[in-house]
Design a protein. Structure first.
Length: 379
């Protein structure tokens, strides 16, 4: 399912915001959000808002959104939960396009008051033109526009788009991709889904021309049918790797307390992900290895695979994984082996993924690049 053009353009506008108001920024967090944008090289206007400060860390502070002189494209709400509804009203009045509700203390608490407060915020947003991530999330990072939610991020534009229910996992994944030398197009942390949903973010990355590979960390879904449809449509055109957490009873309880997620029965999620034909990760390493592998290797055009391994043991292990997942590894004749031996040392970097760099537990998304006929001597 492709995102509607109007909604896609709405996302494009706030992703390319030229001004951001940081509401509730303070020394108690060492001016976390200000440092995030400044360290990342955000070229637009940064408006810290806190009535306790006139100036701090070399920046002018504003008493409220009403005092900010220019347009405000984006707002980050780092404030106590109970004042979020009134600040959302101010954001709407100022024409803010999107907000990250960083604040926690909503439905993830499992309390009637937390659910009531979140429902109140959701209703205000739905009746306006503004969109919002959260509550209880990090929101948006986009290296291309220098929009960041972590001070130690480095701009690393690339082809991976990442969707995460967890802010921490969004941070970990961005840092891991950077360390692996693979760039990120956008990283989204959506939290409790009171407005922007997981399926919308998958739909957006499906349409996004700068995203070639999609990764996702999910604990549970409020819109399971729409998410299934979005994943299936995206996976038909782009590689998609999904790590579903909260698969045990204890994990499901933890997910509910973390992001108000309805984790659901493991069998249901297994069936859902199987229907979508995404690559299923079972841990963080699987998730990162899968995304990196898809970036560095093309999607196979069939089931026939030629495998080049760094050692005999690695070759045997990889052969087992490939064979058990429907790939065909033909026995090569001596003439072919001799021809390969004459060129294998000269294979360009990136042509073959060394087995040791791919987690063999990520069986369904293990990618081996075909040795094309044009790369081999004519027989």
């Amino acid at each position: 399912m492709l995102m509607d053009e109007k909604v896609f353009q709405q996302f494009e506008e706030f992703i390319h915001s030229r001004s951001v108001a940081i509401i509730g920024e303070s020394a108690s967090s060492e001016f976390y959000w200000m440092r995030s944008f400044r360290n990342f090289g955000f070229p637009g206007k940064i408006y810290p808002v806190n009535p306790k400060y006139d100036e701090a860390d070399g920046m002018k502070f504003y008493k409220s959104l009403r005092d900010i002189p220019g347009p405000i494209d984006y707002a980050i709400l780092r404030i106590p939960a109970h004042i979020v509804p009134s600040v959302v009203d101010e954001c709407i009045a100022r024409g803010v396009k999107c907000a990250t509700i960083f604040a926690s203390g909503f439905s993830e608490l499992g309390t009637e008051e937390g659910r009531r407060l979140e429902a109140q915020v959701a209703e205000k947003i739905r009746s306006s033109k503004m969109r919002a991530f959260g509550p209880n999330c990090m929101g948006l990072t986009c290296p291309e526009t220098r929009f960041a939610f972590r001070p130690d991020f480095t701009p690393n534009p690339g082809p991976v788009g990442f969707v995460s229910q967890s802010g921490g996992k969004a941070i970990d994944t961005y840092l891991a991709l950077t360390e692996a030398g693979v760039g990120c197009s956008k990283a989204f942390s959506y939290g409790n889904e009171c407005d922007i949903t997981s399926y919308e973010l998958v739909e957006y990355l499906h349409r996004d021309p700068k995203t070639r590979v999609i990764g996702m960390y999910v604990e549970g879904a409020k819109h399971g049918t729409r998410l299934r449809a979005a994943l299936a449509a995206a996976a038909a055109e782009k590689p998609v790797v999904v790590w579903k957490a909260g698969t045990t009873d204890a994990g499901a309880r933890a997910a509910a307390s973390h992001s108000a997620a309805l984790a659901g029965a493991t069998q249901i999620w297994d069936g859902l992900l199987k229907q979508t034909e995404v690559a299923v990760a079972h841990c963080f390493e699987d998730l990162v290895d899968g995304m990196v592998s898809f970036v560095r290797c093309p999607r196979p055009r069939g089931s026939r695979v030629a495998l080049v391994a760094i050692s005999g043991g690695a070759g045997v292990a990889a052969t087992d994984v490939l064979a058990s997942n429907g790939f065909s590894l033909p026995r090569l004749d001596r003439k072919t082996v001799d021809a390969l031996a004459s060129i294998v040392e000269a294979v360009p970097e990136g042509l073959v993924v060394p087995c040791g760099t791919v987690s063999t537990s990520l069986a369904t998304s293990l990618i081996v690049r075909y040795l094309s006929a044009s790369s081999l001597p004519k027989m």
